[in-house]
Ligand binder design. Sequence first.
Ligand code: FAS
Ligand code: PHB
Length: 396
Amino acid sequence: MSAVPMRTQVGIVGAGPAGLFLSLLLQRAGIDCVVIEARSRSYVECRVRAGVLEPATVELMQELGVDERMRREAMVDDALDIRFAGNVIHLDFPALTGRLVHIYGQQEVVKDLIAARLAAGGPLLFEAEATRVEGIDGNRPAIHFRHENADATLVCDLVAGCDGFHGVCRAAIPAGALTVCEREFPFGWLGILSESPPIAQMTYAHHERGFALASRRSPQLSRLYVQCSADDDVAAWPDGRIWDELHVRLGDDDRTEIVEGHIVQKGITPCRSFVAEPMRHGRLFLAGDACHIVPPTGAKGLNLAAADVRVLARALADYFHGGATTGLDRYSDTCLARVWKVVRYSTYMTTLLHRFEEQSPFDRRLQLAELDYVLHSRAAQTVIAENYVGLPFDGA
Ligand code: FAS
Ligand code: PHB
């Protein structure tokens, strides 16, 4: 059995973007931490998810010295198109915000972060599933986990719960101490990766038959999505049906724009918002999907996780290097201010772009009027663009 650390300053549960970014930030600050990840390295590095990196996330990668491959391989987007009823709303990011976004698969970010963590020799345990976190109201919280068929315990000064929506950390907080706000949308997203060249522009489409999104991962790899039923099954979506819906919803009537390729990944993501607050209880700090989920329409999940741990790492450095607790005490409020603005934006875009079967005629006309207003208003286009590229960090 490899040497399993039994004691550290910060125990991090989860090696997704939140846990990995945090581990590198703490490593750089000279703070001892151990990352415990339930899955194998290959599993987490192959998990296809997000793709849009805000400038703040790119800057964080640069700060941590993990941006070299991203700079080489990422696509840079300077605009976003929204198609509806034969119209195209073109959002020119530099003209509206002075900024750009990078398109680089989340699994690529995770690969780069893992490589950096391992190269620095930072403890990162794979196939180590946390079963319980206890003692968060005391001075020595402990993470109990299974690793190499043995029970193990990591005693910490503080615990970072970066274990996603289905993790165990949020459950360690007494139920009465958490307030949960959530909204389930009555549909999901069926996403595919296709070995085919993407269309010219990142494009959202609002259509009678439902929402569609044409994104990309490289000049040879398309990332495409169609709105599907909330309880849909991938088996009900053979390739032909997916391509038919993409051509129709994106207005590719002569089927010459969307290039059909070999589909190498297919999956369905629910569309929901979920916020558990506060993001701290005693010596446990939640970050990323462990405490908030936003519908993918805003392309925010990964970026919000990075934003949380950027705030947390700064607070932990103040605490361990100077005994100051102000940053830790303000952590939850600081992050939630950003989280709720992202929930607002993601909810707005989801409501604007999707087809709601139960919609009243009044709400349907309101939705079309909102799209028409955005089409003709630079102010409305600026609101969408500044949220898409990412709001500034107020005091974070
Ligand atoms: P993550 O879920 O990424 O990471 C949590 C980690 O904790 C995982 O590796 C998990 O294995 C581990 N873990 C869980 N329980 C554990 C335990 N008991 N012990 C140890 N480890 C444990 N966002 C977008 O912006 N755009 C998208 O298109 C998009 N698509 C998505 C598709 C899917 C299917 C999903 C689930 C999410 C998608 N998201 C998208 C959101 C996604 O990118 C998340 O916001 C992002 O992964 C958040 O990162 P983390 O908070 O690190 O959580
Ligand atoms: C993606 O490229 O995966 C992507 C782009 C925009 C979104 C969601 C996902 O809103």
